[in-house]
Design a binder for this molecule. Structure first.
Ligand code: ATP
Ligand code: MG
Length: 227
């Protein structure tokens, strides 16, 4: 049974008289705990796929279900709750809050979810330590390398134990060594925590870190081979 199921999803953007099919009749599933890598060139629909999967961008055709619940049939409020509870996000530009330390950045989603700040900090420290940042708790993002910042962002994405992490080009701002380190950690965490990962990238070298690879071209999903 799929955790995330896209069924016949189409998303078209209109810009003036030009209509772009960002996703064309896309059907795919991510099962619990699975690490799926989607590759495609710039403009192929990768970010659109993640936005649609996250309940952030309603497709004009097809359905998106998370754990059997139709993401776009629920109220905006429930969709927000679902995003906060069941999803984690990793972005190309890390998106950490500059005035906050590593621990504070990671603890924030828990605090916003109502966890006591002291407990949230302990949880954040456990995850950061797991990601090799035990000696960087108090560092601000600007005091960390790109690879370290992305590991903080990964800690923030998993600290609330979501069922699915959506990662958009998470290595796009890193050199190949730091990028490989980040992908290896994501893959390990996926296994340890049983969290599914849907990662999109133009970087074909990411494929080997996933359990399964699919390719997007001009909005069309091409293959679903096991790696
Ligand atoms: N808000 C929008 N309005 C109009 N067209 C859009 C919009 N968002 C995306 N598109 C178009 O949809 C297509 C898919 O865009 P998307 O951002 O999903 O590509 P991508 O694969 O993530 O590219 P990149 O690797 O450069 O991030 C592109 O042709 C883009 O121009
Ligand atoms: Mg993109």
């Amino acid at each position: 049974m799929g955790l995330l199921c896209l069924d016949g999803v189409s998303k078209t953007y209109a810009s003036g008289s030009l209509r772009v099919g960002a996703l064309v009749d896309v059907s795919m599933q991510v099962v619990p705990g699975e690490f799926v890598v989607v590759t495609g060139p710039s403009g192929s629909g990768k970010s659109t796929l993640l936005h649609v999967a996250a309940g952030l961008d309603r497709p004009e055709a097809g359905s998106v279900t998370l754990d059997g619940t139709d993401v776009y049939a629920m109220s905006e409020r429930r969709r927000l709750q679902l995003r906060r509870k069941d999803l984690g996000f990793v972005h190309q530009f890390f998106n950490l809050l500059a005035p906050l330390s590593a621990v504070e950045n990671v603890a924030l989603p828990l605090v916003l979810a109502g966890v006591r700040p002291d407990d949230a900090r302990v949880e954040a420290e456990v995850v950061l330590a797991r990601l090799g940042l035990a000696d960087r708790f108090g560092h601000k993002p600007a005091e960390l390398s790109g690879g370290q910042q992305q590991r903080v962002a990964i800690a923030r994405a998993v600290v609330h134990r979501p069922r699915l992490v959506l990662a958009d080009e998470p290595t796009g701002n890193l050199d190949s060594k730091a990028g490989a380190g980040v992908l290896a950690l994501l893959s390990e965490l996926s296994e340890e925590l049983g969290v599914a990962v849907l990662l999109v990238t133009h970087d074909a070298s990411a494929v080997s870190f996933g359990d399964r690879h699919v390719a997007l071209t001009d909005g069309y999903l091409l293959s679903g081979a096991r790696v």
